[in-house]
Design a protein around this ligand. Structure first.
Ligand SMILES: [Zn+2]
Length: 347
């Protein structure tokens, strides 16, 4: 969409995009692109079918194998996996007896938890190697332990101050580093919760972007703002600078969303941001957007339809690749890349 612009206009626009003091949605794509598709999967950790539930640990034989099938079907598709460095939550619901005891229930884990270190990535080298080898896949941070005391079982950063949040994020990155996992500087906070303290902490530890709003119900419009899970009032369709040095991306599509919603987002020039959870069934809960064969088949058909309708206009990218040229540290415009041909979809 920038192809026709002569250099001074392009430079002015670029200066505007990178002006870190400006907050609000950013409408910008690589030259020739008018909309984007990103896919992200939450709750990835080394749990296997011999654990409480499988969450990637069965490698190609489990849920990650189903995601790899989708990547293989669509050579232009890219992926963000939100990985938890030392996952501890067994059940996502408060199911322990002391949930009924006043005072005590705010100080204890109300869900069953794994001992610290059980799922620590530093103890799961084969899993880390598998993630590092996945094609067109970036790893981003999904909390530290994915557990919280009190009723909000998964909302890990809730009611913590800036220093505590920063310490947890630094520990998460230390585990990734020591495990040898390659990752990008992005965060999906467990439970979609990203308050002011966590936003400040992100910048303290060098995290460039967060994804902490989900809205799969609000009608599609270029100026639509989120009202559902997590941050409210942020752009539903576009990257938004929510604080100096911190970008935000919303989730706006999942397994239960009709295909027409995806087409409307792309026709509006937005980022179609699709969410999945790696496990379909966990103790006490069924993820509507779990990575099962049905959801992967749905996305397969949806991507074929998008390829046929929109062709080369779509930037098939990742959250971090969208964030990089918009962050203050960016130095040169991103280079044009041609989308791979997808012969099977033309059939
Ligand atoms: Zn999660």
């Amino acid at each position: 969409m920038d192809d026709w612009q002569f250099a001074p206009a392009r430079e002015l626009r670029r200066a505007f995009i990178l002006d870190d003091s400006r907050l609000g949605p950013i409408h910008w794509y690589r030259p020739g692109k008018t909309a984007a598709v990103v896919l992200s999967v939450d709750d990835v950790f080394p749990g296997t079918s011999r654990s409480a539930y499988e969450s990637g640990g069965d490698l190609e034989k489990g849920a990650l194998g189903r995601v790899l099938w989708l990547l293989q079907r669509h050579p232009q598709l890219k992926l963000t996996l939100f990985v938890t460095p030392d996952w501890r939550r067994i059940s996502p619901t408060a199911d322990r007896l002391w949930r009924h005891v006043p005072l005590l229930r705010e100080r204890l884990y109300l869900a069953r938890v794994l001992p610290k270190g059980t799922m620590d990535l530093r103890r799961h080298g084969e899993f880390v190697a598998f993630l590092n080898a996945m094609p067109r896949t970036e790893i981003a941070i999904h909390g530290l332990h994915h557990i919280n005391r009190g009723q909000a079982v998964s909302v890990e950063f809730q009611n913590r101050d800036r220093a505590a949040c920063a310490a947890m994020l630094a520990e998460a990155m230390r585990i990734f580093d020591e495990a040898g996992l390659r990752y990008v500087r992005g965060l999906q906070p467990p439970g979609w919760d990203c308050g002011a303290a966590l936003q400040q902490a992100c910048r303290d530890v060098g995290i460039d972007w967060v994804s902490s709003a989900r809205d799969i119900v609000t009608a599609v419009a270029r100026d639509a703002r989120t009202v559902m899970s997590g941050l409210s009032g942020v752009s539903m369709l576009f990257p938004e600078r929510i604080a100096p040095g911190l970008l935000h991306f919303s989730t706006n599509f999942q397994a239960t969303s009709p295909a027409e919603r995806a087409f409307a987002i792309l026709e509006a020039g937005g980022v179609l941001s699709i969410k999945a959870h790696i496990a379909k069934s966990v103790p006490g809960h069924l993820h509507l957007d779990g990575v099962d064969e049905l959801y992967m088949n749905y996305l397969d058909r949806l991507f074929c339809e998008i390829e046929q309708r929109f062709g080369e206009a779509i930037d098939w990218t990742t959250l971090n690749q969208l964030a990089t040229p918009l962050s203050a540290g960016a130095s040169a415009p991103p280079t044009e890349q041609r989308a791979a041909a997808v012969a099977h979809c033309a059939a």
